[in-house]
Design a binder for this molecule. Structure first.
Ligand code: IMP
Length: 208
């Protein structure tokens, strides 16, 4: 226990392995070990009953911090499709059921937009990150990646809706670009880099 308190680490409140891979890459220069909830030995089913990405990120980060007393980060993210009035949005993971494969979810979304012209296919990935500190402070940040919904499922990288999220300036989906480029461009990359700045400042302030 003493050892754990002295070790500088961040517990990331997610069970999603695809996200965890990206998060570790983006946070690797923080000088702190980033462990998943599972690696930290915390089991928690947290109800994401917020109505915004920010609310859900804060709910998750606070709940896990209260359980372990360590620095906890959480993200809440999703895909907003303008033609569908922002759906699936905060329900992105739950869209058509948590256990439904992304092949099925992605095909269903492509079908909904089948005859929709390019100029009406705009969409964005949004990510809110919250960091709950043991002293009760909660930091938040947000990042966005703009694109359009493509016409077919393409690419093997990434996870979730990446194979249908087309980046016109690259001529590729976010499942076809390299993991390094995705982290540079992505909603999660932007929100986490901003959170790194905020957390470093907050920790420096605490040391003063
Ligand atoms: P949550 O943030 O764990 O509630 O779930 C977010 C959901 O949004 C994921 O399960 C994916 O379906 C989707 N999502 C969020 N970020 C990405 C991404 O970078 N690529 C593909 N899908 C994403």
């Amino acid at each position: 226990m003493v050892h754990r308190q002295m070790e500088k680490r961040i517990v990331f409140a997610t069970g999603n392995e695809g996200k965890m891979r990206e998060i570790r890459m983006i946070l690797k220069d923080m000088g702190m070990r980033v462990v998943s909830m599972r690696e930290a030995g915390i089991e928690a089913e947290i109800e994401e009953n917020g109505t915004t990405f920010e609310e859900n990120a804060v709910i998750k980060a606070r709940a896990v911090m209260e359980r372990c007393g360590e620095i906890v980060m959480a993200d809440d993210s999703g895909l907003e499709i303008d033609y569908l009035d922002g759906a699936p949005g905060v329900y992105s993971a739950r869209f058509m059921g948590e256990d439904t494969s992304y092949d099925i979810k992605n095909s269903a979304l492509l079908e909904k937009l089948r005859s929709v012209p390019e100029e009406q296919r705009s969409a964005r990935f949004v990510c809110a990150v919250a960091c709950a500190l043991p002293d009760g402070r909660v930091l938040t940040s947000r990042g966005v990646m703009e694109g359009i919904i493509g016409w077919e499922i393409r690419g093997e990288n990434g996870f979730g809706y990446d194979p249908i999220f087309y980046l016109p300036e690259y001529g590729k989906t976010s499942a076809e670009i390299s993991p390094e480029l995705k982290n540079e461009l992505s909603h999660r990359g932007k929100a986490l880099r901003e959170m790194k700045r905020q957390l470093s400042a907050a920790l420096q302030e605490a040391e003063r």
